[in-house]
Design a binder for this molecule. Structure first.
Ligand code: SAM
Length: 212
């Protein structure tokens, strides 16, 4: 059962194989050009460096993350000065030198809306099936009617039990609605040595754009 405790324990144990040094190449390749200062939401952000890249492009970035350890590591690793205040059950960490906030707490308690864009890497696929459709609906409710989302999903065949969970293309399209477009796909079992060893028949990483 994937509970909040599960994630907090993973951070405590340092089991964060999902974290990547550097910026995800698909983000750089496929992020849409948006007006400066557009508000970008990064749900379940971990300590992803992708947020730094987005903030450096001039967007106002808001990451949401459950684990205080992830937040502390993100701020420390990137040597960021910040101020913190409490809003209800959420802690808001506002970075002083970059247009970036990390909201610490349960994403399902995060109710700000009207974001111009959303970046989901390893967030939807971190959610167990029982919560996944709620996660997508909650995310869509945070976005403005004209918002653009870049989503990276995984679909694989093999012994692995998630997270990351395998989510097939039909399920992705059903959850995110009609305005979804597949823009790239790569079978990591063919191209990436880490997955080649994993005995997968396929391990597809697919990039989607969701626009109004
Ligand atoms: C697979 S990691 C992905 C992190 C990040 N997106 C990345 O690309 O490195 C999923 C993250 O979601 C966080 N998380 C899980 N459930 C959450 C929730 N309900 N609210 C906020 N964060 C959550 C976990 O602590 C973990 O850091």
């Amino acid at each position: 059962m994937i509970t909040n405790e599960f994630w907090l324990d993973r951070w405590k144990a340092g089991q964060i194989g999902f974290h990547k040094e550097g910026v995800h190449p698909r983000l750089i390749e496929f992020w849409p050009i948006l007006p400066q200062r557009s508000q970008v939401l990064v749900p379940l952000c971990g300590k992803s460096n992708d947020m730094i890249w987005l903030a450096e492009q001039g967007y106002q970035v808001t990451g949401v993350e459950l684990s205080s350890l992830a937040v502390v590591q993100f701020l420390g690793d990137n040597d960021l000065s910040y101020e913190t205040h409490q809003e209800g059950e959420l802690k808001i960490h506002t970075v002083l030198d970059l247009p970036l906030r990390i909201v610490e707490g349960d994403y399902f308690l995060f109710s700000e809306d009207n974001f111009d864009a959303c970046y989901d890497r390893a967030a939807m696929v971190a959610m167990p099936e029982s919560k996944r459709a709620d996660y997508v609906a909650h995310t869509l409710s945070r976005l403005s009617p004209t918002a653009s989302t870049l989503l990276i999903s995984l679909h694989y065949e093999g012994d692995k039990q998630g997270p990351p969970f395998s989510v097939d293309e039909q399920s992705v399209m059903t959850m995110w609605g009609n305005n979804i477009q597949k823009i790239a796909s790569e079978d990591l079992a063919q191209t990436n040595p880490q997955y080649k060893e994993g005995n997968y028949q396929f391990f597809n990483e697919t990039v989607w754009r969701i626009t109004p």
